[in-house]
Ligand binder design. Structure first.
Ligand code: GUN
Length: 293
């Protein structure tokens, strides 16, 4: 069994990014600039956006944050998107999700200029990804793909089961792994809340990707011996054993599954750090106009 160390992998990629950004700055060029729009005071969203800003700083990128109260109007959010679309100093930006219910998320995402959509959530980028054309890949699936690549995990011809069909993770990772590409060329099954025999299907997977948002849902009996297990879940639970009073767990019962898997991502320190680094990579691509020349 091998633990997939997302923290170390992310650190190595960040070093590569920092080198490239450092060279730009040494040459008196402006470095990449990422902006984020944050609405309301959801603690998880605040944590994610804070981590993204910190990561930008670590690699020498500029970041700016546009914060709005929970009762902001849809028009105000569309206006800030228009502004960020037109500001030439900003290479890419994200609108942190979820948005409050009175704001139409799809309308906001569709308003983003696809060339600045470093989250890869715009239908143009999602469609281009599905067609195997150059596109910004959504950060979490992109991070998973890079872990599979760096750990030399073969996906061609493998039985891959994805638990979850969200627009952010389940759906795009299932598309990426079934594409004619490397990593890719897998036979992918997507399971969700209406799937019959989900446990049995999961237990037949060579590669099991778990992104359903249910703490410790996957038990040892749902995992084939020697399977690769990628855990996308992250949940805070109370704990007497830590100073903070909580600890983080995933969608997989790690202690049970770890002995059965050939590779497994821990929580924390697995997929999470890769999500952030993938966003930095997309921002660098935006700055270099790699996807939309
Ligand atoms: N909410 C949860 N994950 C994400 C993400 O990757 N990007 C954005 N914008 N919002 C999120």
């Amino acid at each position: 069994m091998k633990i997939i160390d997302g923290k170390e992998t992310a650190k190595a990629i960040k070093k590569e990014i920092a080198l490239e950004v450092g060279k730009m700055i040494d040459n008196d060029e402006t470095g990449p600039h990422l902006a984020a729009v944050l609405v309301g005071d959801d603690p998880a969203s605040q944590t994610y956006v804070g981590a993204k800003e910190k990561a930008c700083k670590e690699v020498g990128m500029v970041s700016s944050l546009y914060k709005f109260p929970q009762d902001v109007t849809e028009k105000e959010i569309l206006d800030i998107v228009d502004y960020l679309n037109s500001d030439e100093e900003i290479d890419g930006f994200i609108v942190q999700l979820p948005l409050p219910e009175h704001i139409d998320e799809n309308k906001v995402l569709e308003r983003i200029n696809p060339a600045k959509d470093v989250d890869g959530f715009h239908p143009m980028n999602f469609g281009r990804m599905a067609l195997n054309l150059p596109a910004y890949l959504p950060a979490t699936p992109y991070g998973i793909i890079q872990l599979l690549e760096r750990y030399k995990i073969e996906t061609k011809g493998k039985n891959c089961v994805v638990l979850g069909r969200s627009h952010i993770v389940g759906s795009p990772i299932s598309i990426l792994l079934s594409r004619k590409a490397s990593p890719g060329d897998a036979t992918v099954t997507v399971c969700h809340s209406r799937t019959k025999n989900l446990k049995k299907i999961a237990s037949q997977a060579d590669i099991l990707i778990v992104a359903m948002g249910q703490p410790e849902f996957v038990t040892a009996e749902m995992v084939k011996k020697g399977a690769v297990v990628i855990d996308v879940g992250i949940h805070r639970v109370p704990s007497d054993e830590t100073k903070s009073g909580f600890r983080l767990i995933g969608d997989v019962k790690y202690d049970e599954v770890v002995g059965k898997a050939s590779f497994i991502t821990p929580v924390p320190g697995g997929v999470g750090p890769m999500t952030i680094v993938s966003l930095l990579q997309n921002t660098l691509k935006a700055h270099k106009k790699e996807i939309y020349p």
